[in-house]
Design a protein around this ligand. Structure first.
Ligand SMILES: [Zn+2]
Length: 199
């Protein structure tokens, strides 16, 4: 079950990862004709309907090498060449040719080094919310670190109040150890507990 969840998550990230990779075409043997970003109008599987892909090759899984003959592009020809496919052919400048003597090179285009890095991948995947206007009131060189840390846990709803400890499976008394008048929750601790209400 955990495996299928992991696999589902990886599959969800697949489209994002694809956006980060393009191909410098060599012999076309490592590159997917339909899925990889090897041409200005690719990934062709997303740009064109399946019928157009079938003009180029019999299967969606075909390699780019299936449309390379003797170092030249073997574009589909004749009456079957529909407008969408023609657009791809016409968008290929004369200098854009396969290089049969070398392998395809995959470029991780979101890192200046062109090489995959965990840092650049995390940056791409992260959707950090913008800074709040009051953060300077909490984080600063001269502030008490424990206070800042407790506020961070509170904002993330990870403070170990008794209701959290109970949800983690600990067998403890749920009531607030300070006033005993209610269960200890975040809202009780910061907004309802008589002392914090006075503050
Ligand atoms: Zn209380």
């Amino acid at each position: 079950m955990a495996w299928s969840w992991n696999l589902r998550m990886v599959m969800m990230l697949r489209d994002i990862a694809w956006e980060c990779i393009n191909v410098v075409v060599g012999n076309g043997k490592q590159t997917s004709l339909g899925y990889d970003d090897w041409h200005d109008v690719s990934p062709s599987i997303k740009v064109f309907p399946p019928a157009i892909i079938q003009l180029f090759s019999s299967t969606n899984e075909a390699k780019l090498s299936s449309i390379i003959r003797n170092g030249e592009w073997a574009w589909p020809k004749g009456r079957m060449l529909r407008a969408e496919a023609l657009a791809m052919v016409q968008a290929s400048p004369s200098y854009f040719l396969p290089k049969p003597d070398i392998k395809d090179v995959f470029i991780w285009k979101i890192d200046p080094s062109s090489i995959f890095s965990v840092k650049s991948a995390l940056k791409k995947l992260s959707t950090y919310p913008p800074n709040v206007s009051w953060y300077k009131g909490v984080w600063g060189k001269h502030y008490v670190l424990e206070h800042s840390f407790i506020l961070m846990l509170t904002c993330r709803r990870r403070l170990a109040t008794t209701n959290m400890l109970l949800s983690w499976g600990m067998e403890i008394d749920a009531s607030c150890p300070l006033c005993k008048s209610a269960n200890e929750t975040l809202s009780h601790l910061f907004f309802c507990y008589p002392f914090s209400t006075m503050v």
